[in-house]
Every structure is written in structure tokens, then in C-alpha cells.
Write a protein that binds this ligand. Structure first.
Ligand code: ZN
Length: 57
């Protein structure tokens, strides 16, 4: 029996070498595929962004 559910288990990570748009830190993996247009943030900066700019849906 195999449960084909995206929510369970490991999230796919994209490996590579990118630079954080904010602090310049090296990013080696991302939870999404970068399209080259939007800025990339390292974990710390990403967390700061979420805290400083809460989104409402
Ligand atoms: Zn950063």
C-alpha cells in the first residue's frame, strides 16, 4: 500500500548554488525551483521577511 500524498514525507529540495539577495549568504538548497527573476533569500532573511511582512489571505 502506498500513499501518494505530497504533504507527507520529505519535501523536495532543489540543490544548487545561489546567493541571498539580502545578505549575500550562500544558498545551497531551496524548497522551490528558482525562476531567475524573483530574489532569493537564505533561511534567516526569509524568516525575517515573513515576520516583517505578514501576509493575509
Ligand atoms: Zn540572507
Amino acid at each position: 500500500m502506498y500513499n501518494n500524498n505530497n504533504q507527507a514525507g520529505d519535501r523536495q529540495m532543489y540543490k544548487g548554488t545561489w546567493t541571498c539577495s539580502q545578505c549575500g549568504a550562500e544558498i545551497t538548497e531551496l524548497p522551490f525551483e528558482p525562476d531567475g527573476n524573483r530574489p532569493l533569500y537564505c533561511r534567516d532573511c526569509h524568516r525575517q521577511q515573513r515576520q516583517s511582512r505578514p501576509r493575509r489571505f
